[in-house]
Ligand binder design. Structure first.
Ligand code: NAP
Length: 335
Protein backbone atom coordinates (compact mmCIF):
# COMPACT_ATOMS: atom_id res chain seq x y z
CA UNK A 1 0.00 0.00 0.00
CA UNK A 2 0.91 3.65 -0.37
CA UNK A 3 0.61 6.05 2.55
CA UNK A 4 -0.29 9.70 2.20
CA UNK A 5 -0.77 12.46 4.79
CA UNK A 6 -3.88 14.61 4.48
CA UNK A 7 -4.97 17.73 6.34
CA UNK A 8 -7.71 16.52 8.66
CA UNK A 9 -8.47 19.78 10.50
CA UNK A 10 -7.44 23.37 10.03
CA UNK A 11 -5.19 23.92 13.10
CA UNK A 12 -6.43 26.32 15.74
CA UNK A 13 -3.29 27.89 17.15
CA UNK A 14 -0.35 25.53 17.35
CA UNK A 15 -0.73 22.57 14.95
CA UNK A 16 -1.28 19.16 16.56
CA UNK A 17 -0.87 15.56 15.42
CA UNK A 18 -4.66 15.24 15.25
CA UNK A 19 -4.75 17.86 12.49
CA UNK A 20 -3.11 15.27 10.20
CA UNK A 21 -4.35 11.88 9.05
CA UNK A 22 -2.42 9.02 7.46
CA UNK A 23 -4.41 7.45 4.63
CA UNK A 24 -3.61 4.21 2.77
CA UNK A 25 -4.29 4.05 -0.94
CA UNK A 26 -3.22 1.95 -3.91
CA UNK A 27 0.23 2.56 -5.36
CA UNK A 28 -0.09 4.52 -8.61
CA UNK A 29 0.17 2.54 -11.84
CA UNK A 30 2.30 3.97 -14.66
CA UNK A 31 0.25 5.61 -17.42
CA UNK A 32 1.23 7.15 -20.76
CA UNK A 33 2.91 10.56 -20.35
CA UNK A 34 3.71 9.98 -16.69
CA UNK A 35 6.37 8.74 -14.33
CA UNK A 36 6.20 7.16 -10.87
CA UNK A 37 8.10 8.86 -8.06
CA UNK A 38 9.24 7.47 -4.71
CA UNK A 39 9.60 10.13 -2.04
CA UNK A 40 13.11 10.40 -0.54
CA UNK A 41 13.34 13.69 1.40
CA UNK A 42 10.51 15.99 2.49
CA UNK A 43 10.92 19.65 3.44
CA UNK A 44 8.82 20.92 6.33
CA UNK A 45 8.55 24.71 6.40
CA UNK A 46 6.91 27.33 8.60
CA UNK A 47 4.99 28.82 5.63
CA UNK A 48 2.96 25.61 5.36
CA UNK A 49 1.19 26.74 8.55
CA UNK A 50 -0.37 29.64 6.60
CA UNK A 51 -1.62 27.25 3.92
CA UNK A 52 -3.45 25.27 6.61
CA UNK A 53 -5.72 28.27 7.29
CA UNK A 54 -8.71 28.92 5.10
CA UNK A 55 -7.48 32.41 4.27
CA UNK A 56 -6.39 34.27 1.17
CA UNK A 57 -2.62 34.43 0.79
CA UNK A 58 0.06 34.28 -1.87
CA UNK A 59 -0.54 30.52 -2.26
CA UNK A 60 -3.89 28.74 -2.12
CA UNK A 61 -4.86 27.06 1.17
CA UNK A 62 -4.56 23.28 1.45
CA UNK A 63 -7.88 21.52 1.02
CA UNK A 64 -9.22 19.42 3.86
CA UNK A 65 -8.89 15.63 3.39
CA UNK A 66 -6.43 16.15 0.53
CA UNK A 67 -2.70 15.36 0.66
CA UNK A 68 -0.46 18.19 1.86
CA UNK A 69 2.40 19.21 -0.43
CA UNK A 70 5.80 20.82 0.07
CA UNK A 71 9.27 20.72 -1.44
CA UNK A 72 10.21 17.07 -1.99
CA UNK A 73 13.17 15.17 -3.43
CA UNK A 74 11.92 11.99 -5.11
CA UNK A 75 13.43 9.22 -7.20
CA UNK A 76 11.98 8.10 -10.52
CA UNK A 77 11.08 4.40 -10.26
CA UNK A 78 9.31 4.07 -13.65
CA UNK A 79 9.00 6.53 -16.49
CA UNK A 80 7.16 7.07 -19.74
CA UNK A 81 8.69 10.54 -20.10
CA UNK A 82 11.67 11.20 -22.36
CA UNK A 83 13.18 13.81 -20.00
CA UNK A 84 13.17 11.61 -16.86
CA UNK A 85 14.70 8.14 -16.51
CA UNK A 86 14.47 5.48 -13.86
CA UNK A 87 16.90 6.34 -11.03
CA UNK A 88 16.87 10.11 -11.63
CA UNK A 89 16.30 12.34 -8.61
CA UNK A 90 13.89 15.24 -8.99
CA UNK A 91 12.92 18.25 -6.89
CA UNK A 92 9.55 19.92 -6.91
CA UNK A 93 6.39 20.72 -5.02
CA UNK A 94 5.02 17.22 -4.46
CA UNK A 95 2.50 15.59 -2.21
CA UNK A 96 3.18 13.95 1.15
CA UNK A 97 2.84 10.46 -0.32
CA UNK A 98 5.26 7.56 -0.36
CA UNK A 99 4.67 7.09 -4.09
CA UNK A 100 2.98 9.38 -6.60
CA UNK A 101 2.63 9.75 -10.34
CA UNK A 102 3.69 12.92 -12.14
CA UNK A 103 3.72 14.40 -15.63
CA UNK A 104 7.01 16.11 -14.72
CA UNK A 105 5.57 19.62 -14.86
CA UNK A 106 7.42 21.96 -12.49
CA UNK A 107 9.98 19.29 -11.55
CA UNK A 108 13.68 19.51 -12.20
CA UNK A 109 16.48 16.99 -11.85
CA UNK A 110 19.00 17.28 -9.01
CA UNK A 111 22.43 15.71 -8.90
CA UNK A 112 23.23 13.78 -5.73
CA UNK A 113 26.89 13.59 -6.75
CA UNK A 114 27.29 17.38 -6.70
CA UNK A 115 25.71 17.90 -3.25
CA UNK A 116 23.85 15.76 -0.71
CA UNK A 117 20.24 15.43 -1.89
CA UNK A 118 18.89 17.08 1.28
CA UNK A 119 20.86 20.25 0.46
CA UNK A 120 18.50 20.87 -2.48
CA UNK A 121 15.76 21.47 0.10
CA UNK A 122 17.92 23.90 2.08
CA UNK A 123 21.03 25.83 1.21
CA UNK A 124 20.72 24.95 -2.52
CA UNK A 125 16.95 25.14 -2.46
CA UNK A 126 14.14 27.48 -1.53
CA UNK A 127 15.54 28.56 1.85
CA UNK A 128 19.03 29.29 0.51
CA UNK A 129 17.54 31.33 -2.33
CA UNK A 130 15.35 33.20 0.15
CA UNK A 131 18.37 34.12 2.26
CA UNK A 132 20.46 35.23 -0.72
CA UNK A 133 17.77 37.14 -2.61
CA UNK A 134 16.18 38.76 0.44
CA UNK A 135 19.54 40.02 1.57
CA UNK A 136 20.98 41.03 -1.80
CA UNK A 137 17.81 42.55 -3.27
CA UNK A 138 16.35 44.30 -0.22
CA UNK A 139 18.97 44.30 2.55
CA UNK A 140 21.81 45.32 0.22
CA UNK A 141 24.41 45.18 3.00
CA UNK A 142 27.59 47.18 2.56
CA UNK A 143 30.94 46.16 4.00
CA UNK A 144 31.34 47.39 7.56
CA UNK A 145 27.61 47.63 8.25
CA UNK A 146 25.86 45.82 11.11
CA UNK A 147 23.36 43.14 10.09
CA UNK A 148 21.00 41.52 12.61
CA UNK A 149 19.28 38.24 11.74
CA UNK A 150 16.41 36.76 13.75
CA UNK A 151 15.59 33.07 13.50
CA UNK A 152 19.33 33.02 12.92
CA UNK A 153 19.95 29.32 13.55
CA UNK A 154 17.18 28.20 11.19
CA UNK A 155 17.32 27.32 7.50
CA UNK A 156 17.01 30.85 6.09
CA UNK A 157 18.63 32.73 8.96
CA UNK A 158 21.78 30.62 9.16
CA UNK A 159 22.46 31.21 5.47
CA UNK A 160 21.48 34.90 5.52
CA UNK A 161 23.92 35.61 8.37
CA UNK A 162 26.79 33.85 6.61
CA UNK A 163 26.12 35.73 3.39
CA UNK A 164 26.23 39.01 5.31
CA UNK A 165 29.63 37.92 6.67
CA UNK A 166 30.82 37.15 3.13
CA UNK A 167 29.71 40.70 2.26
CA UNK A 168 31.99 42.06 4.99
CA UNK A 169 29.44 42.96 7.66
CA UNK A 170 29.31 42.65 11.43
CA UNK A 171 26.62 40.01 11.96
CA UNK A 172 24.53 39.44 15.06
CA UNK A 173 22.19 36.46 15.25
CA UNK A 174 19.18 35.97 17.51
CA UNK A 175 18.18 32.39 18.35
CA UNK A 176 16.39 30.36 21.01
CA UNK A 177 19.06 28.19 22.71
CA UNK A 178 22.67 28.54 23.90
CA UNK A 179 23.59 25.59 21.67
CA UNK A 180 22.23 27.42 18.63
CA UNK A 181 24.07 30.61 19.63
CA UNK A 182 27.28 28.61 20.01
CA UNK A 183 26.77 27.15 16.50
CA UNK A 184 26.31 30.65 15.08
CA UNK A 185 29.51 32.10 16.56
CA UNK A 186 31.75 28.99 16.50
CA UNK A 187 30.72 27.21 13.30
CA UNK A 188 29.07 29.83 11.11
CA UNK A 189 31.23 32.88 11.80
CA UNK A 190 28.63 35.23 13.31
CA UNK A 191 30.23 37.98 15.39
CA UNK A 192 27.74 37.71 18.25
CA UNK A 193 24.59 35.78 19.12
CA UNK A 194 21.76 36.51 21.53
CA UNK A 195 19.60 33.83 23.16
CA UNK A 196 16.25 35.65 23.15
CA UNK A 197 14.76 33.17 25.65
CA UNK A 198 17.33 33.75 28.41
CA UNK A 199 18.69 37.24 27.80
CA UNK A 200 16.20 38.96 30.10
CA UNK A 201 16.39 42.33 28.39
CA UNK A 202 16.48 41.85 24.62
CA UNK A 203 16.73 45.57 23.86
CA UNK A 204 19.79 45.90 26.07
CA UNK A 205 21.32 42.76 24.55
CA UNK A 206 20.86 44.18 21.04
CA UNK A 207 22.33 47.52 22.07
CA UNK A 208 25.39 45.75 23.51
CA UNK A 209 25.85 43.48 20.47
CA UNK A 210 25.34 46.36 18.02
CA UNK A 211 27.31 49.33 19.37
CA UNK A 212 27.07 51.08 15.97
CA UNK A 213 23.31 50.45 15.64
CA UNK A 214 21.59 48.24 13.09
CA UNK A 215 21.90 48.90 9.34
CA UNK A 216 20.15 45.78 8.03
CA UNK A 217 17.63 43.64 9.87
CA UNK A 218 16.77 40.28 8.26
CA UNK A 219 13.54 39.43 10.05
CA UNK A 220 12.32 35.85 10.18
CA UNK A 221 10.23 36.03 13.33
CA UNK A 222 8.37 39.33 13.85
CA UNK A 223 6.82 40.08 17.26
CA UNK A 224 8.71 41.33 20.33
CA UNK A 225 12.14 40.39 18.97
CA UNK A 226 11.63 42.55 15.90
CA UNK A 227 10.23 45.43 17.94
CA UNK A 228 13.44 45.34 19.98
CA UNK A 229 15.63 45.46 16.86
CA UNK A 230 13.58 48.22 15.21
CA UNK A 231 14.29 50.71 17.98
CA UNK A 232 18.04 50.37 17.25
CA UNK A 233 17.99 50.97 13.48
CA UNK A 234 20.32 53.51 11.89
CA UNK A 235 19.65 56.14 9.26
CA UNK A 236 18.86 54.51 5.89
CA UNK A 237 18.45 51.07 7.52
CA UNK A 238 16.85 48.28 5.46
CA UNK A 239 14.46 45.86 7.13
CA UNK A 240 13.98 42.65 5.16
CA UNK A 241 10.64 41.17 6.23
CA UNK A 242 11.13 37.53 5.33
CA UNK A 243 8.79 35.88 7.82
CA UNK A 244 7.00 36.22 11.13
CA UNK A 245 6.94 32.78 12.70
CA UNK A 246 6.20 34.18 16.17
CA UNK A 247 2.71 35.14 15.03
CA UNK A 248 1.81 32.22 12.70
CA UNK A 249 -0.05 30.32 15.43
CA UNK A 250 -1.73 33.31 17.09
CA UNK A 251 -5.50 33.41 16.87
CA UNK A 252 -5.78 37.18 17.36
CA UNK A 253 -3.59 40.02 16.12
CA UNK A 254 -0.81 40.89 18.59
CA UNK A 255 -0.09 44.35 19.97
CA UNK A 256 3.15 45.57 18.46
CA UNK A 257 5.34 48.59 18.11
CA UNK A 258 4.13 51.44 15.93
CA UNK A 259 6.97 51.25 13.43
CA UNK A 260 6.27 54.36 11.38
CA UNK A 261 8.12 56.88 13.60
CA UNK A 262 11.25 54.72 13.51
CA UNK A 263 11.06 54.39 9.74
CA UNK A 264 10.45 58.12 9.19
CA UNK A 265 13.07 59.29 11.68
CA UNK A 266 15.69 57.05 10.06
CA UNK A 267 14.60 57.29 6.42
CA UNK A 268 14.48 53.51 6.65
CA UNK A 269 13.06 50.94 4.24
CA UNK A 270 10.93 48.01 5.43
CA UNK A 271 9.93 45.55 2.73
CA UNK A 272 8.25 42.19 2.71
CA UNK A 273 8.91 39.70 -0.06
CA UNK A 274 8.19 36.22 -1.31
CA UNK A 275 11.18 34.40 -2.76
CA UNK A 276 9.26 33.68 -5.98
CA UNK A 277 9.17 37.45 -6.63
CA UNK A 278 12.77 36.94 -7.72
CA UNK A 279 12.29 33.72 -9.72
CA UNK A 280 14.13 35.23 -12.70
CA UNK A 281 17.24 35.48 -10.52
CA UNK A 282 17.18 31.87 -9.24
CA UNK A 283 19.77 30.49 -11.74
CA UNK A 284 22.27 33.26 -10.96
CA UNK A 285 21.66 32.95 -7.20
CA UNK A 286 22.11 29.16 -7.36
CA UNK A 287 25.44 29.58 -9.13
CA UNK A 288 26.67 31.96 -6.45
CA UNK A 289 25.49 29.76 -3.55
CA UNK A 290 27.05 26.66 -5.16
CA UNK A 291 30.35 28.49 -5.67
CA UNK A 292 30.46 29.69 -2.05
CA UNK A 293 29.73 26.15 -0.85
CA UNK A 294 32.49 24.71 -3.03
CA UNK A 295 34.93 27.37 -1.82
CA UNK A 296 34.06 26.58 1.79
CA UNK A 297 32.83 30.15 2.38
CA UNK A 298 29.33 28.90 3.17
CA UNK A 299 28.44 26.16 5.64
CA UNK A 300 25.07 24.69 6.29
CA UNK A 301 23.33 22.92 9.12
CA UNK A 302 20.43 20.52 8.83
CA UNK A 303 18.28 18.53 11.20
CA UNK A 304 17.31 15.28 9.52
CA UNK A 305 14.43 13.35 11.05
CA UNK A 306 13.85 9.82 9.76
CA UNK A 307 10.58 8.21 8.70
CA UNK A 308 7.52 9.09 6.63
CA UNK A 309 5.40 8.87 9.79
CA UNK A 310 7.53 11.64 11.39
CA UNK A 311 6.58 14.34 8.84
CA UNK A 312 3.75 15.95 10.87
CA UNK A 313 5.82 15.99 14.07
CA UNK A 314 8.85 17.45 12.28
CA UNK A 315 6.58 20.23 11.02
CA UNK A 316 5.11 20.87 14.50
CA UNK A 317 8.62 20.88 16.00
CA UNK A 318 9.57 23.93 13.91
CA UNK A 319 7.38 25.97 16.24
CA UNK A 320 9.31 24.65 19.25
CA UNK A 321 12.68 25.41 17.72
CA UNK A 322 13.72 21.74 17.62
CA UNK A 323 15.72 22.26 14.41
CA UNK A 324 19.21 23.63 13.81
CA UNK A 325 19.45 24.71 10.18
CA UNK A 326 17.06 23.13 7.69
CA UNK A 327 14.47 20.67 9.02
CA UNK A 328 14.19 17.76 6.59
CA UNK A 329 12.50 14.36 6.83
CA UNK A 330 14.38 11.44 5.30
CA UNK A 331 12.19 8.58 4.16
CA UNK A 332 13.14 5.01 5.10
CA UNK A 333 15.29 3.21 2.56
CA UNK A 334 17.01 6.44 1.47
CA UNK A 335 20.83 6.26 1.31
P1 NAP B 1 13.52 27.75 10.47
O1 NAP B 1 14.08 29.06 10.92
O2 NAP B 1 14.46 26.73 10.00
O3 NAP B 1 12.62 27.10 11.61
C1 NAP B 1 11.82 27.85 12.41
C2 NAP B 1 12.59 28.45 13.61
O4 NAP B 1 11.84 29.55 14.08
C3 NAP B 1 12.68 27.51 14.80
O5 NAP B 1 13.79 26.65 14.75
C4 NAP B 1 12.75 28.47 15.99
O6 NAP B 1 14.10 28.73 16.34
C5 NAP B 1 12.14 29.76 15.43
N1 NAP B 1 10.90 30.09 16.15
C6 NAP B 1 9.82 29.31 16.31
N2 NAP B 1 8.88 29.95 17.02
C7 NAP B 1 9.41 31.17 17.31
C8 NAP B 1 8.93 32.30 18.04
N3 NAP B 1 7.72 32.33 18.58
N4 NAP B 1 9.75 33.37 18.14
C9 NAP B 1 10.99 33.37 17.58
N5 NAP B 1 11.48 32.33 16.89
C10 NAP B 1 10.70 31.25 16.75
O7 NAP B 1 12.49 28.06 9.31
P2 NAP B 1 12.84 28.69 7.88
O8 NAP B 1 12.32 27.77 6.85
O9 NAP B 1 14.25 29.12 7.86
O10 NAP B 1 11.91 29.98 7.86
C11 NAP B 1 12.28 31.11 8.63
C12 NAP B 1 11.29 32.23 8.36
O11 NAP B 1 11.38 32.62 6.99
C13 NAP B 1 9.84 31.82 8.59
O12 NAP B 1 9.15 32.93 9.15
C14 NAP B 1 9.35 31.52 7.20
O13 NAP B 1 7.96 31.66 7.09
C15 NAP B 1 10.11 32.55 6.40
N6 NAP B 1 10.31 32.24 5.00
C16 NAP B 1 9.95 33.18 4.09
C17 NAP B 1 10.16 32.98 2.76
C18 NAP B 1 9.80 34.06 1.79
O14 NAP B 1 9.75 33.80 0.58
N7 NAP B 1 9.54 35.26 2.27
C19 NAP B 1 10.72 31.77 2.31
C20 NAP B 1 11.10 30.81 3.26
C21 NAP B 1 10.90 31.07 4.61
P3 NAP B 1 14.51 29.30 17.81
O15 NAP B 1 15.01 28.11 18.58
O16 NAP B 1 15.56 30.28 17.49
O17 NAP B 1 13.28 29.88 18.43
Amino acid sequence: MNRSIVLKNRPKGRPRQTDFLFVSEEKPVLQAGEMILKTKYVSVDPYLRGRMNDAKSYVAPFELDKAISSGVIAQVTESNLAEFSMGDYVYGMLEWKEYQSSRGIGLHKVDGDKAPLSAYLGVLGMTGLTAYLGLSEIGRPKSGETVVVSGAAGAVGSVAGQIAKIMGCRVVGIAGTDEKCEMLTSDLGFDAAINYKTTGNIRKAIATACPQGVDVYFDNVGGDISDAVLVKINQFARIVVCGAISVYNLTSLPQSLSVQPFLVRNSALMQGFIVNDYAAKFPEAMQILTKWLEEGKLNYAETIVEGFDQIPQAFIDLFDGKNKGKMVVKIAGTQ
